[in-house]
Structure formats: C-alpha cells, structure tokens
Design a protein around this ligand. Structure first.
Ligand code: HEC
Length: 197
C-alpha cells in the first residue's frame, strides 16, 4: 500500500515538471507579462531607430535587400521567418547544433546567429540577432527566443530588444521584460550566455 502511494506521488511530481517545462518562461516564474505592459516599450523606444540603422549597415551585412526591422515583435517575426530565415544563419563556433538547455528556457535548444552577431568579440554591433529554438525533452519546438541589438533601444542593458514567441509565432514576452535582468549576469559578455565568441 505504501509503495503504491509513493509511486502515485512520483508520477504526479514528474507529470507536473513535464507540464511546467512546456509553459512559457514567465509562467514558470510566476510572473505575468501582459502585452499591454510590454508593448508600449517596444513601440515607443525602438521602431524608427532600427529601420534607419538597417539601411546603412545591417541590410548589406546580411545580404538582404530589405531593411532591418524595428524593435517590434511582428516586424521581427517577419524578418526572421521570411526576409532572412534564421535557420539558414550561422552559429556561434563555440555553441553549434542542438545543446542541453538550462532553466528557464527548456530542455534542449539550438542557437542561430546572423552575420553581425557572429562578428568576433563583444559588444556585438547594432543589427546583431541571436535566435534560439527551445525544445522540450522530446525535441518538440516550444518557443523561439530572440535578442536583437537596436541602437538606442535600451542603453542601460546593451541595447538588446528581447522577444519570446510560441512555436507558431505568437508573441509571449516582449521588451526587456524579465529577460534582460537575468541575462545581465553576463553583461560583461554583452548579455550572451552560451558563447564567448
Ligand atoms: C532566469 C534567467 C533567464 C531569463 C529570465 C531569460 N534567460 Fe535567456 N538564457 C538564460 C540562460 C542560462 C541561457 C543559456 C542556456 C539556455 O539557453 O538554455 C539563455 C540563453 C538565451 C539565448 C541564446 C543566446 C544567449 O544569450 O546565450 C537567447 C536568445 C535568450 N536566452 C533569450 C531570452 C529571452 C527572449 C528571454 C525573455 C523572454 C530570456 N532569454 C530570459 C537565462 C535566462
């Protein structure tokens, strides 16, 4: 009888863990980030800037004829899926292929980096983009997290614009949000966790 109870408990705990891993990170951290809280930030601070910068340097660096998007979630999604599909980008030489992930991001991930982001050393130039596919332990794509350096967007934290999408492109978190705070543990490495390139 006792054994049965323990078994039931174990199943419940593992079940919950698996469920929690599948939630967007802000859910697991018990913080709700409503779009209304985050949206104004992206729109007010980023939009024009990114576009202007793109024209001069980043468009040509990525060999893309269009402009770089502003710090705006839908424009960034369109850019990374249609204009310059991110899975065709390169990867950090010290972080290639599928890798084990850490909390809060999920069990497995693969990180793609555009040309500006792959320039050696830190801080990365304006226009740098790092896109991470986040998978659960069964290699199912759950979230896509992006950091994108936009001139003047957030000077106190490396000018990175942060956004998290569902696998289908739904915006879950946008702005510095909770992202910049945690990543600032590596501020000396321009907020990048996985690479020292
Ligand atoms: C509590 C800490 C924490 C928070 C909050 C957090 N991250 Fe991360 N992030 C990490 C760690 C640790 C890694 C490296 C391990 C991994 O990816 O699993 C990482 C890696 C990344 C990477 C790959 C590039 C790099 O920095 O290594 C991106 C992109 C990223 N995070 C985006 C985001 C976005 C977008 C948010 C907010 C929605 C966010 N992160 C919130 C800790 C955090």
């Amino acid at each position: 009888m006792k054994r049965l109870t323990i078994a039931v408990l174990l199943v419940a705990v593992f079940g919950f863990t698996a469920w929690a891993m599948d939630k967007p990170m802000d859910g697991t951290m018990g913080k709700t980030m409503t779009p209304s809280m985050e949206q104004p930030m992206g729109n007010d601070m980023g939009a024009g800037m990114g576009n202007e910068m793109g024209k001069t340097m980043d468009g040509s660096m990525d060999k893309v004829s269009g402009m770089m998007p502003g710090a705006e979630s839908m424009a960034v999604w369109k850019y990374i899926t249609e204009v310059s599909p991110y899975r065709k980008w390169g990867q950090f030489p010290d972080h290639m292929g599928m890798q084990k992930g850490k909390s809060p991001h999920g069990a497995l991930h693969e990180v793609y980096v555009n040309k500006a982001g792959l320039m050696k050393g830190t801080p990365k130039p304006v226009g740098a983009m790092v896109v991470k596919d986040n998978f659960n332990s069964r290699e199912k794509l759950k979230f896509i997290t992006v950091m994108y350096k936009v001139q003047g967007y957030n000077p106190s934290a490396g000018d990175w614009y942060w956004v998290e999408y569902s696998a289908e492109g739904k915006v879950l978190v946008e702005g510095p949000g909770s992202c910049a705070g945690c990543h600032s543990a590596r501020a000396a490495n321009d907020y990048i966790m996985v690479s020292d390139h």
